[in-house]
Design a protein around this ligand. Structure first.
Ligand SMILES: [Ca+2]
Length: 339
């Protein structure tokens, strides 16, 4: 996550379109199928890992909300790495979710890159070593289920909570291609967008600029949205280096490398003076600790460049405006103390 002011996203037409492999196996006639009873509830974690995505998933697990489904999209690294990194994180945190490949490029095809903000591999240079350590093969990554498969899981679940901490491309595609999916989604928790900051039309927050058309699809779907814009993450998701220095990383030494990569980039780009900024943690913390947040309801429109505007013509969105200030640090400390 970062501000696109510092890393201009270049519009490059991409001819690369990877088509999902279709299943060719014979299936029984539809009327002979036994209808699977609907699952009552499921949690989806949709990410583009990413140093702050890594902390978000760590906190989901440590607060007792390990996701049922995880999906990675383009964003904080190349899609090759974000997919692999999702497998890494599931192994590293012992999360037994079903893993899905998300959408690989935005609707308008522009190239999304944040360079080496999170390390070129998204995980502070640790991805290849962790991929090897956990025995993750390219074949495993290539054969992961698609976002269409995730859509089918959503359709067979009564109430889905969906946490999105990357571009909204995958959720946008699911809602557009499977419109009934929206009625199975109980609530979407989104890190993205800016209200007062990083919200100039054409130069908006990274996740929302990542796929503005997908943003408009999610907006129009009517799903209930709680939004954690960059205004509140700059205010509440800073983890000072002095605090990082005080932590015992115990069985998670990689988490120290990862948070230091994040702070290094935020400091180098002038986004913080001496802190990491773990933007993606906020929707995860809200999922567990609603009473620690101050939320306000706004009517907001979003356009195809991810620009948000308060307007009577907009839709109602619950917007986080503040959080108990030590919550993130306390929860990181607690998560690391688990032996
Ligand atoms: Ca992210």
């Amino acid at each position: 996550m970062k501000n696109s002011t510092n890393f201009k996203i270049m519009a490059v037409a991409s001819a690369l379109a990877l088509l999902p492999l279709s299943s060719c196996k014979n299936s029984a006639p539809k009327e002979a199928e036994t209808k699977t009873p609907a699952r009552e509830h499921a949690l989806v974690f949709d990410c583009d890992p990413g140093t702050d995505d890594t902390y978000a998933m760590f906190l989901l697990k440590s607060t007792g909300n390990a996701p049922d489904y995880t999906v990675a999209t383009f964003g904080n690294s190349t899609i090759e790495y974000t997919f692999k990194n999702l497998f890494v994180l599931n192994n590293y945190f012992d999360v037994k979710s079903s893993v899905f490949r998300g959408v690989e490029k935005p609707y308008d095809g522009h190239e999304v890159t944040c360079g080496d903000f999170h390390g070129a591999d998204g995980l502070a240079g640790l991805s290849d070593e962790m991929v090897a350590r956990f025995g993750i093969t390219q074949a495993m990554v290539d054969s992961a289920k698609s976002y269409q498969d995730l859509a089918k899981e959503i359709l067979s679940t009564d109430k889905v909570d969906y946490i999105a901490v990357g571009p909204l491309a995958t959720l946008g595609h699911i809602i557009k291609e499977y419109p009934e999916a929206a009625s199975h989604i109980n609530h979407v928790y989104i890190m993205g967008g800016g209200i007062n900051s990083f919200n100039k039309d054409g130069d908006t927050e990274y996740n929302f600029f990542g796929d503005g058309i997908a943003d408009t699809i999610v907006w129009a779907s009517g799903v209930e949205i709680s939004l954690f814009p960059i205004d509140v993450t700059y205010l509440c998701a800073q983890v000072e280096l002095s605090f990082v220095d005080s932590l015992d990383f115990g069985k998670y030494p990689e988490m120290e490398t990862i948070i230091r990569q994040n702070s290094k980039s935020n400091i180098a780009t002038g986004q913080s003076e001496a802190s990491a900024i773990i933007h993606d943690a906020l929707p995860v913390l809200y999922y567990k600790f609603r009473d620690k947040f101050k939320m306000e309801d706004y009517k907001l429109t979003v356009n195809e460049r991810g620009h948000l505007e308060k307007s009577d013509a907009g839709r109602l969105v619950h917007v986080a405006v503040d959080m108990e200030r030590d919550l993130l640090k306390n929860e990181i400390k607690k998560a690391l103390e688990v032996r």
